[in-house]
Structures are given as structure tokens and as C-alpha cells.
Design a protein around this ligand. Structure first.
Ligand SMILES: O=C(O)c1ccccc1NCC(=O)[C@H](O)[C@H](O)COP(=O)(O)O
Length: 257
């Protein structure tokens, strides 16, 4: 599936038309996750559909969901901008960034520098880079190019060997361990436990995918994750704020923020 998605991206890039620049105030994902509202940080995802689950939310209003996440005390947002597989849109991100006072991660499949310019123009604070979809040397180039353009990167890995080889090339400030196997679509939180032990101490460690209930959150916290990236379980909740409250078992927002 990942190969198919990347092929689609290559085709999209050939005819990409850059959007107009959206004028927004930058917010740091790194800083937000370094001082989370609760005992473990939350990147709450705005996700209508996915290849593994099909349509997750029929009645989908991205801005309302994002505002609900902000009210619920999310530290940052992840917004899917991929259209064919996740039914996202770059306009969703721009609209959210203009209305919500949180760092916004562009969740897409970034393989080319033109997508970095596109991300800046749409107003993203950060982008996702996935290890293994381009060679590590190229990933490092994209990482540096993004930094030069004022974008932070969440660099995602799926296997211990992938992280080891990535760390030979460079050390990302924010490293995501994806618990979803992109071939079988199954999620397994032991990924966070096994790969997490290799995340360098000075990088922020985000556990991604398959986090549904408080026990899951506690488990990845014990494994050393500083933050979680959660989509489906929040999207299926009664409301975004209720979803966050239930995931955190009613944990209150720290008064010091
Ligand atoms: O979600 C999918 O089915 C998927 C399939 C292929 C590539 C990526 C995919 N998901 C991207 C993500 O990283 C998740 O949206 C994110 O981690 C949230 O996961 P979840 O909480 O399980 O919705």
C-alpha cells in the first residue's frame, strides 16, 4: 500500500500547482510537546478516512473537529492533506491553521522539495517525513530543506533497523514510531516498546497509531514516549473533547501552562 501511495504522490507532484501563501503565526511542535498539557503530549489528528478503515467519519467538519481538539486540550494537531487515500485536503489545513492556536503538522507523504514549499504556503508548522520511502540521504536533505523553510519535521520509523540506519545519517529532533504495519495494517504497541529504546535521549519520542484507550496511553508512556499521535479513536468519539478526556482517563490539564 505504501508503494502505491508513493506512486500516486509522484504523479501528483508532476502537476502540482502551488497554493497562495497563507499568512499565519508559526507555532513550534517541538516546544508544545516539550511542555505538554498533561503527563504525555497529544497530537490529535483530523482524519476523515484511511486505507485501513475506509470512511471513519461521514459527517466530517475539519475546522469544527480541530476547534474541539483545542478546547479538549490537545497540544498539537495533525491534519491529513492527502486526498485519494485519506480524503483530506490542503485547504483543511489552511483553514484550521488560521483559526486554531496550536501547532499544525501536515500529514501527507512528502518525497519532494516542491511539497515543502507547498506546506509552507498552506501554513503548516511541521511536516511528516517517513523513513524508508526515500533513501536516508535524501530524507536528510528534505529535513534540512524543511528546516531552512521554517518547518519542523516529525520523522517516522517502522522498524528498529530503519531507525538505526537513519541515526547513522542524522538525528531528528522529533522521532515518531508508527505502531501500524503499513503492509498488513495491523497495529502493535510493542513496536513503541522495542523501537523506543533506541530513540536518542535528546529527541522527542512520539508513539503513533493504534492508541485507543487509557491503558494504551499508559503503556506507551511507560515505554518512554513523550507524546502520542491519535486519529481514529478520537474521530469516533462522541465529541473531540470527550474523546481526549476519555483517552486520558479524566486527567486534568496542568495549571502551569
Ligand atoms: O491509517 C492508515 O490506515 C494508514 C495506512 C497507510 C499509511 C498510513 C496510515 N496512517 C497514517 C497514520 O500515521 C495515522 O493516521 C496516525 O498515526 C493515527 O493513527 P490512528 O490513531 O490509528 O488513526
Amino acid at each position: 500500500m505504501l508503494n502505491q501511495i508513493i506512486e500516486t504522490k509522484r504523479t501528483e507532484i508532476k502537476s502540482l500547482v502551488q497554493p497562495s501563501l497563507v499568512n499565519v503565526q508559526k507555532k513550534s511542535l517541538y516546544q508544545a510537546l516539550s511542555k505538554p498539557n498533561r503527563s504525555i503530549g497529544l497530537i490529535a489528528e483530523v482524519k476523515k478516512a484511511s486505507p485501513s478503515k475506509g470512511i471513519i467519519k461521514e459527517d466530517f467538519n475539519p475546522l469544527e473537529i480541530a476547534l474541539g481538539y483545542e478546547i479538549g486540550g490537545a497540544d498539537a494537531l495533525s491534519v491529513l492533506t492527502d486526498r485519494p487515500y485519506f480524503k483530506g485536503h490542503r485547504d483543511y489545513l489552511s483553514a484550521i491553521k488560521q483559526q486554531v492556536n496550536l501547532p499544525v503538522l501536515r500529514k501527507d507523504f512528502i518525497i519532494d522539495r516542491v511539497q515543502i514549499e507547498e506546506s509552507v504556503r498552506m501554513g503548516a508548522d511541521a511536516i511528516l517525513l517517513i523513513a524508508g520511502v526515500v533513501p536516508n540521504i535524501e530524507l536528510k536533505r528534505l529535513y534540512e530543506e524543511a528546516a531552512g523553510a521554517g518547518l519542523e519535521c516529525l520523522v517516522e520509523v517502522h522498524a528498529k533497523e530503519e531507525l538505526e540506519s537513519l541515526l547513522h545519517e542524522f538525528t531528528p529532533s522529533i522521532i515518531g514510531v508508527n505502531n501500524r504495519n503499513l503492509k498488513t495494517f495491523t497495529t502493535d504497541l510493542s513496536q513503541t516498546e522495542t523501537i523506543g529504546s533506541l530513540v536518542p535521549r535528546n529527541s522527542l519520542f512520539v508513539s503513533e497509531s493504534g492508541i485507543h484507550v487509557t491503558e494504551d496511553l499508559e503503556r506507551v508512556k511507560r515505554a518512554g514516549a513523550h507524546a502520542v499521535l491519535v486519529g481514529e479513536s478520537l474521530m469516533r468519539a462522541e465529541s473531540p473533547a470527550e474523546g481526549i478526556d476519555s483517552l486520558y482517563g479524566g486527567e486534568h490539564i496542568a495549571a502551569t501552562r
